[in-house]
Design a protein around this ligand. Structure first.
Ligand code: UD1
Ligand code: CA
Length: 453
């Protein structure tokens, strides 16, 4: 394979988004448009990756700062797609390979499609090969005219089309492969003599020969995002792809339309996802677990055979055989062991729960470490914050707190401890003890409220 450089067009503002944010930074299922395009580009292992930035370019650059090996090329004024690619001339001087041009606002392309485009380009030694699609509604796209051998005769922008040309439903996806030595010859010849007074990359294509077209099978792949409605449509397309994929891999989705799953999520066969459940970010769910209805799992790991019912789990780990919810909230690196029960209205923050421990009702455990086989009574609350700093609470194996216990941190409670209901515990407790910290009940026999009669 010849050497490939990738250029991503990402300089436009995206006026129709009606946003301060550059268009390519809008999020689609947890990743920005440009990140999605870059992830796709990475799969073909390009030699160089150039991102053409303009509108709030530094901001775009900053948003990609965690990726290595990107070259940012500034297009100070956005005078058209051809003008954008002209900015590459000094950077790719003497480059001998092919240039793959991707649109920063076309996020749904499949990697296989790019591979096919490259292969056709290289197998036929074309000067350029362009990706096209037959779309039901071609409005807004450049129209592509070919002969019977998929050789291009002409591309005409929508606004420059005659009524007759507008009937053509084969459109330019805005994705191209160029032999750079040929393209770099014609780029300086572009003019802005057209309806938009822009330098069109499509004009460069019109100057080259031979140019072949490759039709994408699934036209949804080339959907460009120009407004919020198209962003929503793209999200739905992406969701359908992801969910169809997981079902094919043995995951049960009950009422898939009400479920959303980011493409960064990993599921195992025989996982069941119930309605109104949302799986986001870097989440993994192991086999036979049952999530939902009504749950949100984000950046979390759920072990085998665990259930999560009407609950929120963020940045946390739940091991196997546990039940979470209904109405539990795990966050801030909570870690629940195996065979635990975390029940109704329980919040866990930065807390570790040992195996076979139950926290069944109405508790808040923050910054705590709980041992194995412990039982946290209903209404047990860690007072982990003194108004300035957070402090830890440690509870040993097999200990039992009573209902409505207040545990004033920092606090260490030993193993096999029992605490009486209603106690406020502010001092450490040794192993094997009973602690009672509440006022004694007073009973006044024969006492009655004096009535007014
Ligand atoms: C372009 C194509 C059109 C194609 C369509 C597919 C041209 C002249 N037309 O039209 O044939 O059907 O894409 O989506 O190329 N950009 C820059 N700098 C600029 C102008 C644009 O970086 O000066 C970037 C934009 O940020 C965007 C991309 O290039 O990511 C496409 O630009 P846009 O203005 O949306 O082109 P279209 O009119 O959609
Ligand atoms: Ca566009």
């Amino acid at each position: 394979m010849a050497m490939v450089a990738v250029a991503i067009l990402a300089a436009g503002r995206g006026t129709r988004m009606k946003s301060d944010l550059p268009k390519v930074l809008h999020q689609l299922g947890g990743r920005s448009l440009v990140e999605r395009v870059l992830d796709n580009a990475d799969l073909i292992n390009p030699l160089r990756r150039l991102v053409i930035v303009g509108y709030r370019g530094e901001f775009v650059q900053e948003s990609l700062s965690e990726r290595s090996g990107l070259e940012f090329v500034e297009q100070p004024q956005q005078l058209g797609t051809g003008h954008a690619i002209q900015q590459l001339l000094p950077h790719l001087k003497g480059f001998e390979g092919d240039l793959l041009v991707l649109n920063g606002d076309v996020p749904l392309l499949r990697p296989q499609t790019l591979q096919q485009l490259l292969k056709t380009h290289q197998d036929h030694s074309n000067a350029a090969t362009i990706l096209t699609a037959q779309v039901p509604n071609p409005k807004g796209y450049g129209r592509v005219f070919c002969d019977g051998n998929n050789l291009l005769t002409q591309i005409v922008e929508d606004r420059d089309c005659s009524q007759a040309q507008k009937q053509n439903r084969r459109v330019n996806a805005g994705i191209y492969c160029f032999r750079w030595s040929d393209l770099s010859e014609v780029l300086p010849k572009l003019t802005s003599r057209n309806e938009q007074q822009e330098y069109y990359l499509t004009d460069a294509v019109n100057y080259l020969n031979p140019v072949m077209t490759v039709d994408v099978e699934d036209y949804q792949e080339i959907l460009g995002i120009n407004d919020r409605k198209q962003l929503a449509t793209a999200y739905n397309i992406l969701q359908t792809r992801i969910k169809d994929d997981w079902m094919a891999q043995g995951v049960t989705l009950i009422d898939p339309d009400s479920i959303t799953i980011d493409d960064t999520v990993q599921l195992q066969p025989d996982v069941v996802i119930e309605p109104q459940t949302h799986l986001r970010g870097n989440t993994t769910i192991q086999t036979r677990s049952h999530i939902g209805p009504g749950s949100l799992i984000e950046n979390s790991h759920i072990g085998e055979n665990t259930t999560v019912l009407f609950s929120v789990v963020k940045d946390s780990i739940v091991k196997s055989g546990s039940t979470i919810g209904p109405y539990a909230h795990l966050k801030g690196h909570a870690e629940v062991g195996s065979n635990c029960r975390i029940g109704n209205f329980v919040e866990l923050k930065n807390t570790t729960i040992g195996d076979q421990t139950n926290v069944a009702h109405l508790s808040y455990l923050g910054d705590a470490t709980i041992g194995t086989k412990a039982n946290i009574g209903g209404g047990t609350i860690t007072a982990n914050y003194d108004g300035v700093k957070k402090h830890r609470t440690v509870i040993g194996d097999r200990s039992k707190t009573g209902v409505n216990n207040s545990l004033i941190a920092p606090l260490v409670i030993g193993e096999d401890v029992t605490i009486a209901a209603g106690s406020t515990i502010s001092e450490d407790l040794p192993n094997d003890c009973l602690a009672i910290a509440r006022a004694r009940q007073v009973v006044k026999l024969g006492w009655r409220l004096k009535s007014k009669e």
